[in-house]
Structures are given as structure tokens and as C-alpha cells.
Design a protein around this ligand. Structure first.
Ligand SMILES: [Zn+2]
Length: 83
């Protein structure tokens, strides 16, 4: 149970890391629903199941994905942002 839907619908669901308890927040307006929120979280490095019930881990707790190994979430491998 890691994604908490809010009753009044004024905010996006709250996604919480199962490992460290860190919350993923977005400033998107209007509020996004779960699929869009999860897409944003995955883009930020979160991993886990694409279901609100989880489990989910944040980008700090997610195990590093070896280059060249296709992951279950279909992210582009190798783009680690070399700056
Ligand atoms: Zn975490």
C-alpha cells in the first residue's frame, strides 16, 4: 500500500517508497491520476509494479539497472545523463 489517493481530488495520489518512506511528489496542475503519476515517477528513477498497491522503491533505493539489460518498464537504457 504505497499510493495514497486523496479524497478531495485536489491533489495527485501520494506515492511512497516502500524502503525509505520517501514520498514522490509532483507539482503538476491539474492533478494527475495514478498512471500518469507512475510514469513521472519511473521517469525520475522509481521502480516497482505499475499498480498503486506497489511495491515501489524510489530512485535512491532502486537497484541500478545494468546497461544493456532490458528492464520490465521499458526505459531507455544507457541514458544516465552524462554531464
Ligand atoms: Zn526509497
Amino acid at each position: 500500500m504505497t499510493a495514497i489517493p486523496l479524497d478531495d481530488g485536489t491533489c495527485s495520489p501520494l506515492l511512497i517508497c516502500d524502503d525509505c518512506g520517501r514520498a514522490f511528489s509532483t507539482d503538476r496542475r491539474p492533478p494527475v491520476e495514478w498512471p500518469a503519476l507512475w510514469a513521472l515517477a519511473v521517469d525520475a528513477g522509481w521502480q516497482g509494479r505499475d499498480r498503486p498497491v506497489g511495491p515501489h522503491v524510489c530512485e535512491r533505493c532502486a537497484p541500478p539497472v545494468p546497461a544493456g539489460v532490458p528492464g520490465p518498464v521499458g526505459r531507455a537504457a544507457g541514458d544516465v545523463g552524462e554531464v
